[in-house]
Design a protein around this ligand. Structure first.
Ligand SMILES: *Cc1c(COP(=O)(O)O)cnc(C)c1O
Length: 414
């Protein structure tokens, strides 16, 4: 048995079968490439689902981990360390919000945001204002796997086996302003959105829809909460995807790329919303630890110093342009969309999408398929145009072969 076969056999006995893993054993990485145990390089256009923003083997991250691990890895939130305020200063400056709470993961950041929204509504109710406890979330949303997050996540298969879910959530059709207006009332304490839905198929909100969500929430004292866990921290070419809309939410969440691969999440909110939280109401053992904070500071400073936001915009525009040009030659590609290096190509068939991911893997290129028919690209921010060309050529060959096989098949049926 190969090492991979041994590991597969052991995992199938020992682990919960939560994942349908691809049969590759990764052992290292370098830049935009992952390297398997036999030394084969894979062009990674997914970066650990949007986590490894600086790619693999980043000297910046290595140095931050080495230096901080010599000083202090964990200290409880009962005491101070130098990282949280330093990082919060950077995040508040870049998000336009005032205060920060650190968690470990995306879903925990989102739980924090939901709790804070309810607490803030409670404070307003106590002050005599008419405001309820209901959340409006969006169809095709994804906010995580813990109870609150899952309850605000649209897909039934993520929620129904675990029911009853947290009550008080209603789903609104994406970009349907009339549906949003119809479901909004003083019962609502927050509208919850991703400015660009990630798991839901890289679907951007329309300007009109996000502006209306802002207007409605402001009119009653409800909160606009934008989940930037996937789209945030530079992936779309701005620090937050909502900045493309000229809208400032009351609260946002960050996680995936925040500490370059070390788990870290953050909730950011306005001074006003923050006033609802007092010592003891919320907290975490590990969140905002010194190691994760030191790495996040290094990641943010590198994105800034290396002018990566401009690079993400330029490379992302090139990527989309190349995909659009491919779509003119392949009718199976029905849409190309995204912002920066959050890019999608929608195909006309789920079966083809699944096959394309598998055939890209055979060509040592990693992508994934979300929302059945959508090929999703979330590469590291350090991606170059030459890497885009490699991916485009592979897609071209796969679609050409598929079209030829289909034509041959159609003739065979005549
Ligand atoms: C991944 C993701 C989450 C959940 O993050 P985890 O770290 O997996 O808990 C929440 N919201 C969005 C938009 C995501 O993409």
């Amino acid at each position: 048995m190969t090492k991979l076969e041994q590991i597969r056999a052991a995992e199938s006995r020992l682990l919960l079968s939560t994942y349908d893993r691809n049969p590759i054993l990764f052992a290292g990485g370098e830049g935009v490439y992952l390297i398997d145990e036999s030394g084969t390089k894979y062009l990674d256009l997914l970066s650990g689902i949007g986590v490894n923003a600086l790619g693999y083997g980043s000297p910046v991250i290595e140095a931050a981990i080495a230096a901080q691990s010599r000083k202090l890895i964990h200290v409880s939130n009962l005491y101070y360390h130098e990282g949280q305020a330093e990082l919060a200063l950077r995040l508040t400056a870049r998000t336009g919000l005032d205060r920060c709470f650190f968690s470990n993961t995306g879903t925990e950041a989102w739980e924090g945001a939901l709790k804070l929204a309810r607490a803030y509504a409670g404070v307003q109710r106590a002050a005599g204002k008419s405001i309820g406890t209901k959340f409006l979330a969006l169809e095709h949303s994804f906010h995580g796997r813990t109870f609150g997050s899952m309850s605000t996540t649209y897909k039934a298969k993520y929620r129904e086996p675990f029911g009853p879910v947290v009550p008080g959530v209603e789903f609104v059709r994406v970009n349907d302003v009339a549906d949003l207006r119809a479901k909004f009332s003083t019962e609502v304490c927050a509208i919850l959105v991703e400015a660009i839905q990630g798991e839901g198929g890289v679907r951007p909100l329309s300007r009109e829809f996000l502006a209306e969500a802002r207007r409605l929430t402001s009119s009653t004292g409800a909160l606009l909460v934008v989940d930037e866990i996937q789209a945030g921290l530079g992936r779309t070419g701005k620090w937050c995807a909502y900045q493309h809309y000229g809208v400032l939410p009351d609260m946002t969440t960050l996680a995936k790329p925040l500490a370059g691969g070390i788990p870290l999440g953050a909730v950011l909110c306005t001074e006003q919303v923050a006033s609802a939280i007092h010592p003891g109401m919320h907290g975490t053992t590990f969140g905002g630890g010194p190691l994760a904070c030191a790495v996040a500071i290094a990641v943010i400073d590198y994105i800034e110093n290396a002018k990566l936001l401009a690079h993400v915009t330029e490379t992302g525009d090139y990527f989309q342009a190349q995909l659009r040009s491919l779509a003119t030659r392949h009718s199976a590609m029905v849409d190309v969309r995204g912002k920066g290096l959050m890019v999608a190509a929608e195909l006309n068939s789920a079966e083809l999408a699944k096959r394309t991911v598998a055939e890209m893997l055979q060509r040592h290129i990693l992508i994934n398929c979300t929302s059945d028919t959508v090929l999703r690209f979330l590469p590291p921010f350090i991606l170059e145009k030459a890497h885009v060309d490699t991916a485009i050529q592979a897609l071209d060959e796969i679609f050409t072969a598929h079209a030829a096989a289909k034509t041959a098949g159609d003739h065979a049926h005549v």
